[in-house]
Design a protein around this ligand. Structure first.
Ligand SMILES: [Zn+2]
Length: 327
């Protein structure tokens, strides 16, 4: 055969492999979720007296993606909204945020980023910066006792410049990991966003909790329990909120983008997944753990920090929930 024919044949073969792997990337990727392999866990008995806790999602920005990108194996092109939010939690012993949404100056922080970054992860529609949310709630940054960071990706620390001096708390494992490169990535974006706020590192010395291997009880009263959700980043932390009135809530950082990710379970599209995931196998195991927990506890609101639909639905019921009677 002539060289030209060989080249044509090679081109066709390579093209076919490319098309096949592109199609494959949208097909379902089955997980082993057999109950036989479920981690043994005893259901937690909640404290007899729990405090009344207020929860509010403060949405700062959003972007829409077709569902087939958010959930591998979905062939739907329906637009799903990915939110950039902070969560305001008012506990009798302290008022704090879980993650921080976006600060007013975030466009300035992102100005020097690469074209690829600006057109992928850095592309969003600004809605209301964190400082404006606080103003609308008649709050000053100083009214916050601390901020809990689920993990150190830029989009979870991007509200900190609106919170000068507010102490930050995060998993020691996450901070140690970040010092090995994440802080300096993208022209030091995360380091710059962390500003000069004081940092307190948390160790998860508490017992296994709801199938998660260790825990940290923030106020020592069984109401705010942190658990590790590794994989997306090594030290990502999830937060249970157990309270006197209203449903139990489990905030899961970026362990799942939207609820389908743990209900099916399914990762997002593999290209996106590999862009944002630090350890593929561990992140998949965390999704499986969330899947089992969600099926054991359908009464718990399990909400990812980008899941606009769940956050809106939660806020609708939260506004109507009964509260402690003030006498
Ligand atoms: Zn994120």
């Amino acid at each position: 055969m002539k060289l030209r024919n060989w080249l044509t044949l090679g081109g066709i073969a390579l093209g076919s492999v490319g098309v096949a792997s592109a199609i494959n990337s949208f097909l379902p990727h089955p997980f082993v979720t057999d109950p036989l392999y479920e981690r043994q866990s005893e259901s937690v008995s909640l404290a007899a007296t729990l405090p009344d806790i207020d929860i509010a999602f403060l949405r700062c920005g959003s972007v829409t993606v077709p569902e087939c990108l958010a959930v591998r194996g979905s062939f739907s092109l329906t637009a799903r909204t990915i939110a950039y939010s902070a969560v305001l939690v008012k506990h009798p012993q302290g008022t704090f945020l879980y993650d921080t949404g976006l600060c007013a100056d975030i466009p300035l922080f992102l100005m020097d980023q690469s074209l690829i970054f600006s057109n992928t992860l850095g592309r969003f529609h600004m809605e209301r910066p964190l400082c404006q949310h606080l103003e609308n709630l008649h709050m000053e940054p100083g009214d916050l006792d601390f901020v809990l960071l689920s993990h150190l990706h830029w989009d979870h620390v991007a509200g900190i410049p609106d919170l000068p001096g507010v102490p930050l708390q995060l998993n020691r494992v996450e901070y140690d990991f970040a010092t090995q490169g994440l802080l300096e990535k993208n022209q030091g974006l995360v380091r710059r966003l962390l500003s000069n706020n004081p940092v307190k590192l948390l160790d998860f010395a508490g017992p296994a909790y709801e199938g998660f291997r260790c825990s940290h009880d923030v106020f020592g009263d069984g109401s705010i329990i942190l658990v590790p959700l590794p994989g997306h980043t090594p030290g990502q932390l999830g937060m249970f909120i157990n309270r006197a009135y209203g449903p139990r809530v489990f905030l899961v950082g970026d362990a799942a983008w939207i609820s389908d990710n743990y209900m099916v379970p399914a990762t997002m599209h593999p290209i996106l997944w590999s862009m944002v995931t630090s350890d593929d196998a561990t992140a998949q195991q965390t999704l499986i753990d969330l899947h089992h927990f969600a099926h054991r506890h359908p009464e718990v609101a399990i909400i990812g920090m980008h899941d606009a639909q769940m956050q809106e639905a939660f806020m609708t019921t939260e506004r109507k929930r009964p509260r402690a009677q003030i006498v």
